[in-house]
Design a protein around this ligand. Structure first.
Ligand SMILES: Cc1cc2nc3c(=O)[nH]c(=O)nc-3n(C[C@H](O)[C@H](O)[C@H](O)COP(=O)(O)O)c2cc1C
Length: 208
C-alpha cells in the first residue's frame, strides 16, 4: 500500500479524542446528552465520579463511549509495569471537558488534591492541551467566595470556563448556577479548539 503524502495527511479531517468528565452535580443528568453531542465531532471516552453516578444512567450512554470509574483505576493495575489508568487517559485525550463541575471537585482540583480517577487526571494534566470546565451548583454555593478563588486558581493553570447560567434550578431556587446548555458547551469547545479563546477561568469579566 502506498503511504499517504504529508500534504494529504494534513488535509484529513481531524477527530479529536475527547475525554468527557462528570462530577456530582444534578446537572450530570445531561451527561448522556453531552456524550451523544460530542460523538458527532470526535472520539469520546467518559470519566465519572462516584457521586455523579447518582444522576447518570450508565445503560443510556452511547455504547461506543467507554466509561471509566474509580474502580477501573485499581482493577486495571495489578503490578509494576501495568498501565496506570489516569496517566493513560491523560496521554490519550486531546481535550478534557468537565461538565458538570461540582463545587467539591472544583475545590479539590484548585487545591491540587487527587483522590479519585478524575482528580488524578486533572492533577497530571498537560496544560498545553485544552481543559474546559462547566461549573454547576446552587446559587448560594456559586456565590460563596471559595468559588471565585478556586476558579481563578484553575484559570491560572490554564483551564477555560464555560460559565453557568441563570434559571430555575433543580432545587427549585431561581438564580445563577445551572450548567451551561450542552449545545453551548459543545459549540464553545469545538469553535475554540483551533482558535484559542479568552475564556480563562481567571478572566475578570465573567459573571461569577
Ligand atoms: C441531590 C443532590 C444534588 C446535588 N447537586 C449538586 C450540584 O448541583 N452542584 C454541586 O456542586 N454539588 C451538588 N451536590 C453535592 C455533591 O454531590 C457533593 O458535594 C459530592 O461530594 C460531590 O462529589 P464529586 O465532586 O466527587 O463528584 C448535590 C448533592 C445532592 C444529594
Amino acid at each position: 500500500m502506498e503511504s499517504v503524502p504529508e500534504t494529504d495527511k494534513q488535509a484529513l479531517p481531524v477527530r479529536p479524542r475527547i475525554l468527557l468528565a462528570a462530577s456530582g452535580s444534578v446537572a450530570a443528568i445531561k451527561f448522556e446528552n453531552l456524550c451523544h453531542t460530542f460523538m458527532e465531532w470526535g472520539e469520546v471516552r467518559a470519566v465519572v465520579t462516584k457521586s455523579s453516578l447518582h444522576f447518570i444512567d450508565k445503560s443510556a450512554l452511547p455504547s461506543s463511549v467507554i466509561l471509566y470509574t474509580d474502580d477501573d483505576e485499581w482493577s486495571s493495575w495489578k503490578k509494576i509495569g501495568d498501565d496506570v489508568l489516569h496517566i493513560e487517559l491523560r496521554k490519550w485525550a486531546d481535550i478534557l471537558v468537565i461538565a458538570p463541575l461540582s463545587a467539591n471537585t472544583l475545590a479539590k482540583i484548585a487545591g491540587g488534591l487527587c483522590d479519585n480517577l478524575l482528580t488524578c487526571i486533572v492533577r497530571a494534566w498537560d496544560y498545553s492541551k485544552p481543559l474546559y470546565v462547566a461549573p454547576a451548583m446552587n446559587t448560594s454555593m456559586l456565590n460563596n467566595p471559595f468559588t471565585r478563588r478556586h476558579l481563578n486558581t484553575i484559570g491560572e493553570l490554564g483551564a477555560s470556563l464555560l460559565p453557568p447560567i441563570t434559571k430555575k434550578l433543580a432545587c427549585g431556587d431561581y438564580g445563577n448556577g445551572a450548567m451551561a446548555e450542552p449545545s453551548v458547551i459543545y459549540n464553545t469547545v469545538r469553535l475554540s479548539f483551533n482558535t484559542p479563546s479568552e475564556t480563562s477561568c481567571s478572566s475578570q469579566d465573567q459573571s461569577i
